[in-house]
Design a protein around this ligand. Structure first.
Ligand code: FE
Length: 180
């Protein structure tokens, strides 16, 4: 089974799960990749955006994200899965994309205001804004800027009915970055 086959199987099996109220995980993933492409992100970062929530799909978490009562730590699971198949340019931004939310809460006042006015059920579970020490440590991560960009596309990727490319349009890009 190739990595592409594995990815196809994972999204076929669970990709139609709800991501929030009005879109599926597949649609959310395609939207994150769409925004990455629009922002002229590197090919590796577009792949990271497309696959950033793979941890949700390989873990046995409740099928509707609104049902979550605990932090599923999907970024850890997802980046671990990706690290066996892709180089750090792909899996590191994914590993850091949840921390990036806490980083933005601490460093971007507009982000803080915007997020706190939405009812974000996962925010509390993920720990609120970073402390100054955590911010400094986060900034030593080689891929922290990519993770912050990915975070913003992740946040933006919740638009009901947005037209995007299909999964098939990313096959060549994924194959280009697979390690085996
Ligand atoms: Fe996401």
């Amino acid at each position: 089974m190739t990595v592409m086959d594995e990815i196809d199987a994972i999204f076929l099996k669970r990709g139609h799960d709800a991501y929030g109220e009005s879109i599926s995980v597949t649609e959310h993933s395609l939207q994150a990749a769409h925004f990455a492409k629009e922002a002229a992100a590197s090919p590796a970062l577009i792949v990271a955006a497309l696959l950033h929530d793979v941890g949700h799909l390989i873990d046995h978490v409740p099928r509707d994200i609104a049902d979550w009562t605990r932090d599923a730590q999907h970024e850890r699971l997802g980046s671990l899965w990706l690290s066996r198949r892709f180089p750090p340019e792909v899996f590191e931004p994914v590993r850091l994309h949840v921390s990036a939310k806490r980083y933005l809460l601490a460093t971007d006042p507009a982000y803080f205001t915007q997020l706190c006015s939405s009812s974000d059920v996962t925010l509390k579970l993920q720990g609120g804004p970073m402390t100054a020490d955590e911010v400094a440590a986060f900034e030593t991560e080689a891929f922290h800027e990519d993770a912050v960009r990915l975070r913003r596309w992740d946040d933006a990727g919740k638009v009901a009915g947005l037209e995007t490319c299909g999964f098939g349009d990313y096959r060549a890009l994924i194959k280009q970055w697979v390690m085996r």
